[in-house]
Each structure stands twice: as C-alpha cells, then as structure tokens.
Design a protein. Structure first.
Length: 627
C-alpha cells in the first residue's frame, strides 16, 4: 500500500510541476507529461517495473478519448467522411508500409522482418495528435478532420495487422507466453473464417442495438435513484463493457467505443456521458504520456544516440513527405496542409503492441524490438515540437499577408452567425444556452483559434464568398445573423442572402443610422445598432438616479425604444445613399419634427401613468386597503 501511495504521489507531483510550466512556455501539455516521465524515469531512476503495467492501464485513456470523439459525430457525419477514411487513410498506411519495408530491406533485414517493421511504423499516435488538436482548437479544421480520418483507419487496420504478424514467423519458431497480450482473451482464435466474420458482425450489431434500445431506458431507470455517482458508474460500465466485448472477439477496444459514441451522438444523455467521462480521459491520457517518457531506454539511446536519432528523423521525414503528397492530392492547402503533414509524422502507441506481439512470435529479434520501441518513443517526444513548428509556419504565413484557406463546413443548422466578435459571441452563447445549434463563421484566424480553445466550434472563412454561405446551408437556414463590423461587407452579405433565400430572416448589426438604412434596403429584417441597446440601459440607470422610480424609468425606455423604431421607418423614406444626413435637408426637417413628437409623447405617457397609479392608490384607500 505504501509503495502504491509513493508511486501515485511521485507521478502526480511531477505532472503538477512540469505540465503547467510546459503549457506556460507554449510547449503544450503533452510534451509536459512526456518530460515528467523522462524526469522520474531514465533521468532519476525513481520508477521501476510498474511503468509497463501502468502503461497498459493508462492506454484506456485512448479508448475513452475515441468514445468522446464518437459522441461529437453523428452517423451522417461519419458517412460523409468515408472517402477520406478509406482513401486517405488506406493510402497512407500502404504507402508508408511500402517505403519503410524497402528501407528495412536495404539495411539488411529479411522481408518478413521488414514487413513487420513497415506496418508497425506506419501507425501514428491518436493519443498525442488528438489531444494536441483539441488543446489548440484545430479538431474541426480540414487538416484536423483529415488527420482524424487517417488515425481512425489506422485503428481499424491494427486488427488485420495483428492477424498478419504470426504468419510472418519463421518456420519452427515458437511463440513466447503472451503476458499482457491483447489477444490472450480472444474467444475467436480457433474459429474458421466464416465464424470469425459472424462473431465480428454480431459484436458490432450488439453495440448498435444496445446503444439504440438499452442505454436510454437504463439512464431513465438510474435517474429515479437521484444519485450522481450512479450516472458515472453506468457511463464507465458502457465504456469498459464495450472495450471488453471487442477484446474478447479480437477487435480494437478503441474502435468499439468509438462506434458506441457515434450511435449515442444523438442521445439526450450525450452531455451527461461527456461530463462523466472527460475527467477520467484526461487523467488516464496524462498518465499514459508519463509512462511513455518513463519507459524510454536512455542507456540504449546513449549507447548509439546518433544512429537512433538519425533513424527517428528519417522515419518522420519519410512519413511527412508521404503525408504532404497525400494532402495535396486530397485538396489540403496552406495551414491544413502543414497541420496534416507535421501532425501525423510520428509512430504511435499501437506500435508498442505490435512490437511486443511480433517479438513473442519471433518475427522480430530482441535488439530490433528494442530499437523500434526507442524510435517510436523518440518520434512521440518530437511530435509536440512538430506542432510548434506548424504554429510558427501559420503565424509567419499570416504575418506575410498570405491568404488563409476557408474551413470545409461539414454541418448545417437553422441559424448561421457571421462574425464571432463580441456581438456574435453573445448571440451564440444565448442560443447555445437555450439548446439550439448554430453555424458560427469568422474570417479572423486568431479569433477562430480563441473560440475553439473555449470549446466553441467555429469555422474560418470569408463570408462575403457566396459559395461559403451556400456550403453553410444558407438555402435551408431559418435565420442569418450578420454581426461583422464592416458595413460594406455586411451589406453585401445581406444582399446576397436575401437573393439566395427570400424566406430567410436576417438580423444584422449596424454601426449607425446610415448603416441601418443601407442594411434595411439590402434586405435585412431586423437591424440592431451596436451601441443603441447599451445606451438605453445606461440611460435607464441615469433616470433612476435623478428621481424616477424603477417603473417610470423602465416605461420611459420602452416608449423611447418604440418611438425610435417608428422614427427609423419614417426617416428611411428621406434617406439617400451616399448623401450625408447633414446635407439632406428634408431628412433633417423630418428628424426635428419626430424629435419633438417623442418629447410630447413621453411626457404625456409618464403623466398618464402617474395619474393611473394615483387613482389606484386612492381606490385602495377608499376600500380600506391602503396603509
């Protein structure tokens, strides 16, 4: 017990110190966790044999992460990804395997060993990549979604890879005991091909049916207990149970939980599931990164640092070139191209599983397996630096005035909000709080990044382009909010939107009255002057502090607001585009008349309200109800 508490204290204390420092330096939390592991592992030697066992346990964080990602995807969105999932993902695996295979053969490896090395190093790290994309708010970019497609395809490919490795064993080779082998509990090991297919389809079908017809009734049943911990227990049961089922039939636990997440994406309990799993996912992923850093063979690396570092850099360079070629072929440009290229250039944690499995079946020798584990770990250590390089390339590109490619908008909602500034943010928060989904678009890259870090899905794009609004679902949307602070651009957006969808309700932000008239003429239904409502609220505070009651001040504001709306409609007849109001005499004359009207109306209404209130007071006194 004492040793467990000591290890827990050691891991947590090191993480608490190193991760915030790494985050403050802009290195990201992943590199902080890796450095924490290196510090307590190979540098100080404070960890022992428990690191490997902890890594197997912490890999469950990857399973939870894919479950959460599945919750963010609906089956329709997954179906829309099918071309990148199969085309882009499969091409990356095949091309990387082929290049690494040829390189290994050139270095003297037999073809069986070379093929095992190729499929092992073709995989990337979903734990590091997806965590970093989430932290930087890049998950919903075209580069982020393409990277996710490749990672998901790699996860699927682990299944046939595990089946292939025993076939590569030399004749007469005996397998070592499969301690911790993910296939040791495989119930399908001795089944024929048709039996394996039926069991696999049955497992997937069971997950789909349970997600649709079992989870909702169970949540309602648990809700009657009114115990918060039971929600958490049931959520963990879903994830752990599905992971166990997939392991028993020889499939990837991460793939199974991802599928379950997709099935439950439309559930009313989706947010409950997310909030219950999120803390466990973050803690386990952090522990996994620490064990990766702690497990690096520092002595083996120091024995031949140049050779191992050269092999690692050669691997990452080769994968980056392949990824760059594929990104261009699939239409990724600028920042998305660099994100996809640099983000997936490492080897992944599933490589540890394949190396161990290949070693047990004598496909790899012990020295080769040790080298591969070191190369995989080094590439994972260098990945956060690759993301830092991506950030620098994007900032440099923006600083040089280079164009930024618009995001691929892959969802359509009833409300489209153009502009994620203060105006658009408030509207978006209000709608989201009321349970409505929105499509939020902004042209400013830094603002989009900031919104994504806040967890608000925001698309980057120039909304003056008709094709972008069309992709966002302008033809079927109910409401368009134009909240940008560029009058001419706002007018152009409103004019095009009104032409493209005559039934659309358009709410627009205006800078002043002239901008208000221009937006109304362009087709806006409702125009809000950016400072008008704030000025009304400030004016109410003034009225309350100079003698009016709360009711009188509120009534004065209401009357003034109503009259101002009528004034806008009336003066719109006299407004002439391009002619300043000060030079438009009919406009000035009518504005003066309307201003006199509001003074008379407001005073008369306040006096009427005061008389009504006085009559009510006298009536109460006459009936004996007064004080």
């Amino acid at each position: 017990m004492e040793s467990f508490l000591l290890s827990a204290t050691l891991y947590l204390a090191t993480a608490v110190i190193t991760v915030p420092i790494a985050a403050r330096l802009g290195l990201g939390s992943v590199l902080g966790y890796l450095l924490a592991g290196i510090l307590i592992g190979p540098v100080t030697g404070l960890t022992g044999s428990e690191t490997t066992d902890l890594r197997h346990f912490a890999e469950f964080g990857v399973v939870m992460m894919l479950f959460l990602i599945g919750l963010e995807l609906e089956p329709k969105a997954l179906w829309n990804m099918r071309h990148k999932l199969v085309g882009l993902g499969l091409l990356q695996i095949v091309m990387t395997t082929a290049v690494v295979f040829l390189a290994a053969v050139a270095l003297g490896a037999v073809w069986q060993t070379a093929l095992a090395i190729g499929i092992t190093l073709a995989l990337s790290s979903p734990a590091i990549v997806l965590q970093t994309l989430s932290e930087k708010g890049l998950t919903q970019t075209a580069g982020g979604r393409s990277g996710f497609s490749v990672l998901l395809m790699q996860d699927i490919a682990v299944i046939p890879m595990l089946a292939l490795l025993p076939l590569l064993a030399p004749p007469g080779a005996s397998s070592l005991p499969a301690h911790g082998d993910p296939t040791s509990l495989n119930l399908t090991a001795n089944l024929p091909g048709w039996g394996l297919t039926l069991v696999t389809l049955g497992a997937v079908g069971a997950i789909i049916l349970a997600g649709r017809y079992l989870v909702r009734p169970m949540f309602r049943f648990i809700d009657t207990a009114r115990l918060r911990e039971m929600y958490t227990a049931f959520t963990l049961l879903i994830v752990v149970g599905i992971a166990l089922l997939m392991s028993l039939v020889g499939l990837s636990p991460a793939l199974g939980t991802f599928l379950a997440g997709v099935i439950l994406a439309g559930s009313e309990f989706r947010h409950e599931l997310e909030s219950d799993i999120q803390p466990f996912k973050g803690l386990l992923l952090g522990l996994f990164f620490i064990t990766v850093g702690a497990g690096i063979d520092l002595q083996g690396f120091l024995a031949e640092p140049l050779r191992l570092l050269a092999l690692t850099l050669a691997l990452m360079t080769g994968k980056a070139l392949i990824l760059a070629l594929l990104s261009r072929a699939f239409g990724l440009h600028h920042r998305d191209h660099w994100l996809f290229t640099l983000g997936l250039a490492q080897a992944g944690e599933f490589g540890f599983v394949l190396v161990t499995f290949a070693l047990q079946h004598s496909v790899l020798s012990a020295p080769v397996a040790n080298d591969l584990i070191t190369i995989i770990t080094l590439s994972m250590l260098l990945t956060p630096l690759a993301f830092i390089a991506h950030d620098w390339l994007v900032r440099h590109h923006v600083a040089q005035g280079g164009p930024l490619e618009s995001d691929e908008i892959d969802e359509q909602h009833r409300v489209i909000i153009v502009g994620a500034g203060r105006f658009g943010q408030v509207i978006n928060r209000l709608l989201r709080s009321a349970g409505f989904h929105t499509t939020l678009i902004d042209h400013d890259f830094k603002r989009v990044q900031y919104m994504r870090r806040l967890g608000v899905k925001t698309f980057l794009g120039d909304t003056t382009r008709p094709d972008l609004l069309r992709t966002a679902g302008l033809a079927t949307a109910k409401v368009l909010v134009v909240g940008i602070n560029k009058p001419h651009a706002a007018e152009a957006i409103v004019r095009h939107a009104r032409w493209a969808n005559p039934d659309l309700v358009i709410v627009a932000r205006a800078r002043d009255r002239a901008n208000t008239y221009a937006l109304l003429n362009a087709g806006a239904d409702h125009v809000v002057r950016e400072l008008f409502d704030a000025s009304l609220r400030a004016g109410r505070y003034v009225l309350e502090n100079i003698g009016l009651t709360d009711h009188e001040a509120d009534r004065a504001v209401q009357i003034f607001d109503q009259h101002d709306r009528l004034t806008i409609k009336e003066l719109r007849r006299f407004w002439k585009p391009g002619v300043p109001s000060a030079e438009n005499q009919p406009y000035i004359d009518r504005a003066i008349e309307l201003e006199q009207d509001i003074i008379s109306v407001l005073l008369a209404q306040l006096m009427s309200d005061e008389a009504i209130q006085r009559d009510k007071t006298d009536e109460k006194a006459a009936n004996g109800d007064g004080p």
